[in-house]
Design a protein around this ligand. Sequence first.
Ligand SMILES: Nc1nc2c(ncn2[C@@H]2O[C@H](COP(=O)(O)OP(=O)(O)OP(=O)(O)O)[C@@H](O)[C@H]2O)c(=O)[nH]1
Ligand SMILES: [Zn+2]
Length: 308
Amino acid sequence: MAADAAGLRPGLVVAGHGRHVLVEAAGGERLICHPRGKKNQAVVGDRVRWKLSHDEGTIEQIEPRRNLFYRQDEIRTKSFAANLDQVLVLIAAEPEFSESQLARALIAAEAERIAPLIALNKSDLGEAFERAWRRLQPYRDMGYPMLRLALRQSGAADREQLLQRLQGKTTLVLGPSGAGKSTLINLLVPGAAAQTGEISQALNSGKHTTTSTTWYWMDPQRSTALIDSPGFQEFGLHHIEPARLAQLMPDLRPHLGQCRFYNCTHLHEPGCAVLAAVDSDAGSHPITAHRHRIYRDLFEELSQPARY
Ligand SMILES: Nc1nc2c(ncn2[C@@H]2O[C@H](COP(=O)(O)OP(=O)(O)OP(=O)(O)O)[C@@H](O)[C@H]2O)c(=O)[nH]1
Ligand SMILES: [Zn+2]
């Protein structure tokens, strides 16, 4: 597409590495762009206005974001994707997933009002799978959509199942190492491996890197996208106020506003409606003891002063 009077062209950020990003122009061609100034770092999924200078570009504007998915550890903020429709958390029967990591990813999505979708892979593993599926019961009760996958065995069927959920949307895929994220991306994006090679070469001048977030189109019409992002581990949530945490946990949420103290932390107070629901048979929204422990641990973690 032609540049406007100021020489600006529209583009989409499709990969990021450090300060420079790869931008896809309206016609589909891609080029390296650098941010203008120190602030305003563009992230994958950003719609930008860029200007050509020599054979690279500078990003002059970032369009307002619908949402920004980020995790923040104690040291630095790592925002990594913007303008998402949903987050797909891919876990597996083996290696055993960490419920705390799963809970963190869901809370990060809830905080930005991005719809989460959980997929449990390796249903061919029999008993180990059923055990993992049972561990996810509280998350089904919370209303999160959940898929059973066997990506290595039943690729074609899984592909159909996934397409129904992904079509026309932009989905960030998150998952711990070994759950099958590469298998899933290769199933849905033919040629993904080759693309990754090209991107890392472009961004990193030939050095191989797997640490950048990458946008993949699933269809030639460029209407359905997957974003692959490393780093499910160390999912810091330091950008979230502890007092806001309970609202981001759908099993705690229905009990809020019913505690004796308006500023109840739901950790130890008498007359706490959340505590009353933990492992309770009475009432319609029970909270498992494990989920309350995750809440407690996170609340304490987020209450620590940030260490810089
Ligand atoms: N049994 C079983 N194994 C699977 C299935 N899907 C993937 N795997 C295997 O699980 C292992 C991890 O799969 P990957 O796709 O490499 O997982 P990943 O999440 O990308 O892992 P990293 O590369 O470590 O980030 C591989 O050995 C796959 O062959 C499945 O449905 N069943
Ligand atoms: Zn309370």
